[in-house]
Structure formats: structure tokens, C-alpha cells
Design a binder for this molecule. Structure first.
Ligand code: H79
Length: 500
């Protein structure tokens, strides 16, 4: 039993976390009994079927990149670690408590004067992402510190004022697009460094005027990004939880409309805005606000019923929490390639995209461990990727052996826990119209014998198909059994019940 459960441990832990934290966005939903009148509800249809959305739905694997001024300190300053003092490495500007350096905010806000990543080569990153098997990238154009990685006209706090000068967003967009990887722009609404920004609801005329300027500035930047980088496929919004933004529901509703009009097909997640009742991600009637569920940040759904057919992505760090570069990973559990594969296949089995985060350093290099994981993941995806790309929930009961995904008449079982007797037992409801007919091992293309098994359990609603793994096949990673499914060739023979 321990062996069976070992590899699923991570997924299970995350599910438990998911159910206790932020339950309102990511848990099973309770539907309101009386429907409210809502003026600022969803704008796009509930389950888009246009080509852009179908593309999103089929990505399977993505890459997140957190890169900004926070890459320079890498979660420490002059030998002192910010661990415990800042929420995460990209949050280092808010470092507080006794360990924080004197005048830290001022130091941080001047870091742009030394941002000059000599090793940055967007083409190298894009090649790595391609080799890893990522189909889309989400790149931080501006994080909570407010620093823009593109030469925005609307603020001086941007890349053109650094010694590096060049437009990093453009370099990333061009390089990834050239590799055939779709680009999404991460954009934090809240800004620590902007005098016009405030967290609380603006109440006095002066506050309203100030925050209104901020809203216009946000709109300008978003339109600017869409105009500068027309290849972009969507925005990944963040930092939208403050009351100032929540109370701006009329503005944000109109802005979402405008973004959609100006960039047809754009994909926007559920984190952008809320309705007039202050309900974020889902409106007061339980309808999703956006094209996909964007609440699965370092979380996973417990089962398919939680999702009710909605699209979703899971964004995940390699260290426990920390998106920007962290010089020192010692003493932290950092996810292994096996951990990541487990989450990736689990996400695919629930029809979600899995997005793995990278936090390059101040010179533009990935962390050596990230390089290693990208390489190992890519090697695995080259052989087994068809179990992920375009593959979705298979309608099968999850098995202790691993995760099921399905694409047309192909059923994939990614085995994380190999049975001692090498016989992989797939249970299928007796009433199912499709059963496994043939099987192959993606690792080497070998055909595997499929044997029907009737284990004779009284009142059993399932019947069983055993796929035999040759003893000689050895691997130290999860492997994929691809089965063709179709209608049963032989009718399950019914033996007369003994009288009881
Ligand atoms: O960019 C990475 C993180 O820096 C960013 N999202 C990922 C992709 C992130 N910022 N904040 N958070 C994640 C979590 C924020 C938690 C809190 Fe709050 C903000 C705690 C208090 C304020 C939102 C509002 C959650 C609880 C109340």
C-alpha cells in the first residue's frame, strides 16, 4: 500500500491544501439558491470553442518565467537571507522585520540602475522551453514592484532606464514566437512603487482622482502591450485583490470588454476582475469571470467534479514557494522531475494545463537545477508527450497505478506505480461502450498483450483488462501505456449465478 501511494503523495497533499485555503475560488462550489441580478458578470461565453481557446485547452505544458529587478538580490542582500522576512523571492522589496537591511526599499527601488544581464539570450531560453516541451510561456512584464520590462511610455520605471536599455518583453515575445511557443503576458495590477496606487477603496475626491489616474495608467499599459506585441495570446493577471481594484468593477468590466474587442481571441483568466458584489473569480451567481480558472496557484483540484468542465491551469514553483530567482536553495525541498511529472500528468488527467515556473538570475541564466529539470522533462515528453498534448480527462476512475488521459480512441495510462506482478489492471464499467483492445508501450513502441479478466466479484460493476509489461522493460521514470479503445469484441460471458 505504501508503495502504491508514494508517488501520488504530492498530489494528495496539494489537494488537501487546496480544500483548506481560498476555498471560495478553488474548492467544490455551492450554488446560490436565489439568483442575483448581476450587471458586471461574465463577458465571454462559459465554454469558448473558438480556435484560440481550443489551442489553450490543448497546450498541456507551459513555462512561467518570473524575471525582474528581484533577480539581482536573489532573495538575499549582502549575505543576509530574506527567508522568513519576505513572502517570496520576488516579494523581496517588502522585506521587513529585524533582518531587513537599512533603507531597504530605497536600495531596491534603485536596483534598476544596475540591471544589465550580460548572459541574457531570449533565443536560448526559447530553445530550452521548446526542448522541454512547453507549448506556451507566461512572462512577467511587470510584477508587484511596478517595474516594466518593456519601454512603456506611461512610466519612467522601466527597462529603457537601465544600463541594459533594450526591450526585454520584445526579445522574449519574438524568440518564443519563432520557436512556435505561444506567449502570454503576466501583469500585476497592484504596484508598490506608484504614488497613485492605493490598496484601500478610494473615498475622498482627492483619493478618487489619484486612483482614477492609476486606472487610466493601467489601461494605457495594457493597450500598449497589446499594440507592441500583437502576437501575444493572452494576459495572466495578478495582484487584483485589493479593495481599490475590487470597487472599480465598472471600470474593470469595461476594460475587459475593450481588451477583448481590440484583440479578438485573447485569453484572460478568472483573476482579472470581480462583479459588483465583490466576488472574485466567480460572480455572485457562481459563473466564472474569464476564460479559465486561474486560482490554482500552487494548488491542484481534488477531483474532476470540482471543475465542472471549466478550463484551468496550475502554475507551480520548483522550490516550495518563490517565483523569482533565489540564490540559495539549500535547506529547501525542491521538486524533482518525478514530482513535476506526477503533477503534470495529474493535471492532464483533469483536463488542465500545467505551468512550471523558472526564475532566471540577474545575468539572465536559469538556475542549474532548472536547467536539469527542463532537460529531463523534455526527454520524457519527447517519448511520452502524446499522453499530455491535446489529451484530456478520460472519464475513468483514477487508479493507484497512475493517471489516465484520453485523446480520440487512445487511452493513455501513465504508470507511476508499477505492479509487482507486471500486470497492469485497468478497470472498466461493465456497461462501458468502449474497452481497451490493444496496447503499446510508448517508451519503445512495443505491443503489449491485453487480457480480459473476470475476477468474479459478486455485484461488481466493473470488468478488467490486464496489460502485461515485459519483465525485461526497465525504467526509472513513469512510463505510458497507450491503449486503443473500441467496442467489446467478445461479449463478457455470463455464468449462471449459484443459488444462495
Ligand atoms: O507572481 C507570483 C507571486 O508573487 C504572486 N503570484 C505568483 C504567480 C503572488 N502574489 N501574492 N500572492 C501570490 C499570494 C498573495 C497572498 C496575499 Fe492576500 C496577498 C496575502 C495577503 C495579500 C490575497 C489577498 C490572498 C489573501 C488576501
Amino acid at each position: 500500500m505504501t508503495i502504491f501511494l508514494k508517488k501520488s503523495f504530492l498530489a494528495i497533499t496539494l489537494m488537501i491544501l487546496a480544500s483548506s485555503v481560498n476555498g471560495q475560488w478553488t474548492g467544490p462550489k455551492t450554488k446560490p439558491t436565489a439568483l442575483k441580478e448581476i450587471k458586471y458578470g461574465p463577458i465571454s461565453p462559459a465554454h469558448r470553442t473558438d480556435v484560440d481557446m481550443v489551442t489553450f485547452r490543448n497546450y498541456g505544458l507551459g513555462q512561467f518565467i518570473h524575471w525582474g529587478l528581484y533577480a539581482i538580490p536573489g532573495n538575499e542582500w549582502e549575505g543576509v537571507s530574506a527567508r522568513g522576512g519576505a513572502a517570496a523571492s520576488e516579494w523581496i522589496r517588502s522585506w521587513g522585520g529585524t533582518t531587513a537591511p537599512k533603507d531597504w526599499v530605497k536600495t531596491y527601488d534603485n536596483l534598476y540602475k544596475e540591471f544589465n544581464p550580460k548572459d541574457f539570450d531570449a533565443k536560448r531560453w526559447a530553445k530550452q522551453a521548446k526542448n522541454m516541451g512547453a507549448k506556451y510561456v507566461i512572462f512577467t512584464t511587470k510584477h508587484h514592484d511596478g517595474f516594466a520590462m518593456w519601454p512603456t511610455q506611461y512610466s519612467n520605471y522601466n527597462i529603457s532606464k537601465t544600463p541594459y536599455k533594450k526591450d526585454i518583453v520584445k526579445e522574449v515575445v519574438d524568440a518564443y514566437t519563432a520557436e512556435g511557443i505561444d506567449v502570454y503576458l503576466y501583469f500585476s495590477i497592484l504596484e508598490w512603487n506608484n504614488p497613485d496606487y492605493m490598496g484601500k477603496e478610494p473615498k475622498t475626491p482627492k483619493e478618487k482622482k489619484k486612483f482614477n489616474r492609476f486606472l487610466q495608467y493601467t489601461r494605457n499599459q495594457l493597450l500598449e502591450l497589446m499594440q507592441n506585441y500583437p502576437q501575444m495570446k493572452g494576459f495572466w493577471f495578478d495582484g487584483t485583490w485589493d479593495q481599490s481594484w475590487i470597487k472599480s468593477y465598472e471600470f474593470t468590466y469595461n476594460l475587459e470588454k475593450e481588451l477583448r474587442e481590440k484583440h479578438p481571441g485573447i485569453i484572460i483568466g478568472s483573476r482579472f476582475r470581480n462583479d459588483e458584489y465583490g466576488k472574485r473569480h466567480f460572480d455572485a451567481n457562481g459563473r466564472m469571470l474569464g476564460d479559465y480558472e486561474q486560482g490554482w496557484e500552487r494548488k491542484l483540484p481534488a477531483d474532476i467534479s470540482w471543475l465542472e468542465g471549466r478550463d484551468w491551469d496550475c502554475v507551480m514553483t520548483i522550490p516550495p514557494n518563490g517565483w523569482g530567482y533565489m540564490k540559495d536553495w539549500s535547506g529547501l525541498y525542491t521538486k524533482t522531475t518525478d514530482d513535476i511529472l506526477d503533477m503534470l500528468l495529474y493535471s492532464a488527467s483533469l483536463s488542465g494545463n500545467f505551468v512550471l515556473n523558472f526564475g532566471p538570475d540577474g545575468q539572465g541564466n536559469m538556475h542549474p537545477e532548472e536547467d536539469k529539470i527542463a532537460k529531463e522533462l523534455g526527454e520524457w515528453m519527447k517519448v511520452n508527450g502524446e499522453a499530455v498534448y491535446g489529451a484530456h480527462h478520460a472519464g475513468m476512475t483514477n487508479s493507484k497505478l497512475g493517471y489516465f488521459t484520453k485523446k480520440e480512441d487512445n487511452l493513455y495510462l501513465t504508470v507511476f506505480n508499477r505492479p509487482i506482478n507486471n500486470s497492469v489492471r485497468v478497470s472498466v464499467p461493465k456497461i462501458a461502450s468502449e474497452v481497451p483492445l490493444t496496447a503499446t508501450l510508448l517508451a519503445n513502441g512495443q505491443s503489449l498483450a491485453v487480457k480480459h479478466a473476470d475476477i468474479g466479484l459478486d455485484l461488481d460493476k466493473n470488468t478488467y483488462y490486464d496489460v502485461l509489461i515485459p519483465n525485461i522493460f526497465q525504467t526509472d521514470r513513469a512510463f505510458v501505456i497507450k491503449m486503443k479503445v473500441g467496442s467489446q469484441v467478445v461479449k463478457v460471458e455470463k455464468l449462471m449465478d449459484a443459488k444462495m
